[in-house]
Design a protein around this ligand. Structure first.
Ligand code: NAD
Ligand code: MG
Length: 396
């Protein structure tokens, strides 16, 4: 099958996912072209990336850095824009056919929605988009004939396990039969696996920022330490694969070799495995449906004589239970969960609250913020804003 080159917009190119995506693109110039790069405030890196990859346009969200980026890229004939609205506009460019949504947090929602409305396929790293507004975003994708390819390693694993499984159309119903009985999302357990509340009471951000298996941005690294990352991923999986809460189970697997598992309705299970390296799921999402050859380090069984599994400790790591509760409640509850978590994580990273207080802030905010059962986009925007104020109040 001849596959055209993918013309890619990378939203959040200066981050952990963004820079790894550029490594994948650099290694595969016959498959990928960079159309757009965007960053929040790291002007130097954005300029350096633009000079190397020669996109059509770049956007720097922080408007105070506009002149600097423009002066550097004008001679290169690269268009430069500034501000978050410009990110929403630039994703609609005709030449783009896939958008890598790799901005962190709620800040990535508007641009992802804008790209979907412009009928661009999405490689989705920004899980918060589906946590906040999964129902709306998946409905919009369907309406616009847009595919959402997961970048998150667990969801990429599920997606890879599902390849070829939806080919048995049920002729009498005329539809596709969902063959999934349940999925197991694997979790490393993070840097504090096995620790109790006494230990966690005094942990500092430097300890929380040391993830045993993955090197990621600060926010997701803290989320991994609290297990909120797995909670967000449970909600992300619900929307990506049309699952009910009871069909999603989290299992701690400290070696991070099995990236997730699908159990089908005949009881058969498929797992996807490999060494932990985000470049693989990034490349799979960008190149789909093709598998491109890579030089990523290969797994060696003898190096891992034991792959182990255990139940998550949700008494100590309450964020995971809070996420399940918010998902079951539905409406704007996951939006509230997400906003409270973003505020609490920021407060922890700036030494304003302790590690254990993160879950307290989220739980307190969930009980205080007004519930909306069928939120519109505007409701989500208002709810996010209101929740942040409430959560900030609880961080004092
Ligand atoms: P990061 O903090 O390293 O990078 C975030 C990127 O978003 C940067 O380019 C930054 O400039 C940009 N950004 C931040 N705030 C912005 C704003 N207000 N407006 C515009 N741009 C803004 O984060 P990351 O680790 O690369 O994670 C990105 C997303 O991918 C997150 O949603 C995360 O959960 C998800 N993800 C990351 C990994 C990983 O290994 N890093 C794995 C799975 C999923
Ligand atoms: Mg993940």
């Amino acid at each position: 099958m001849k596959i055209e080159k993918k013309h890619i917009a990378i939203l959040g190119s200066t981050g952990s996912i963004g820079t790894q995506a550029l490594e994948v693109i650099k290694a595969n110039p016959e498959s990928f072209v960079v159309e757009v790069l965007t960053g929040n405030s790291n002007a130097d890196l954005l300029i350096q990336q633009a000079i190397e990859f020669k996109p059509n346009a770049v956007v720097i969200a922080d408007e105070s850095k506009y002149q600097k980026v423009k002066a550097a890229l004008d001679p290169q004939d690269i268009k430069v824009f500034a501000g978050n609205k410009a990110i929403e506009q630039v994703v609609q460019m005709d030449s783009i056919n896939i958008v890598l949504a790799a901005i962190v947090g709620y800040a990535g929602l508007a641009s992802t929605i804008s790209a979907i409305k412009a009928k661009k396929n999405i490689a989705l790293a920004n899980k918060e988009t589906l946590v906040v507004a999964g129902e709306l975003v998946t409905a919009l994708a369907k309406e616009n004939g847009v595919n959402i390819y997961p970048v998150d390693s667990e969801h990429s694993a599920i997606f890879q396990c599902l390849a070829g499984e939806f080919t048995t159309a049920n002729p009498s119903s005329g539809g596709w039969e969902n063959p999934i009985e349940k999925i197991y999302l694997t979790a490393s357990g993070g840097p504090f696996r096995g620790k109790d509340k006494n230990f966690l009471a005094s942990v500092k951000k430097e300890q929380a920022l040391k993830h045993p298996n993955w090197d990621m941005g600060a926010k997701i690294t803290i989320d991994s330490a609290t297990l909120m990352n797995k909670g967000l991923e449970v909600i992300e999986a619900k929307w990506l694969f049309s699952l009910k809460a009871e069909q999603i189970e989290v299992i701690v697997h400290p070696q991070s070799i099995i990236h997730s598992i699908v159990q089908f309705k005949d009881g058969s299970m498929k797992a996807q495995m490999g060494l932990p390296d985000m470049k693989l799921p990034i490349q799979y999402a960008l190149a789909y449906p093709k598998r491109i050859a890579s030089t990523f380090e290969r797994f060696n069984f003898v190096d891992y004589p034991a792959l182990t599994f255990e139940k998550p400790d949700t008494n100590t790591f309450r964020c995971l239970s809070l996420a399940y509760e918010a998902m079951k409640k539905g409406g704007n509850a996951p939006c509230i969960l997400n906003a409270a978590n973003e505020v609490a994580v920021q407060a922890f990273l700036t030494d304003k609250i302790s590690f254990l207080k993160i879950a307290d802030v989220i739980e307190g905010t969930l009980t205080k913020a007004p519930f909306i059962s069928r939120p519109s986009y505007d409701n989500y925007v208002a709810s996010d804003k209101e929740t942040r104020a409430l959560a900030l109040g609880l961080c004092k």
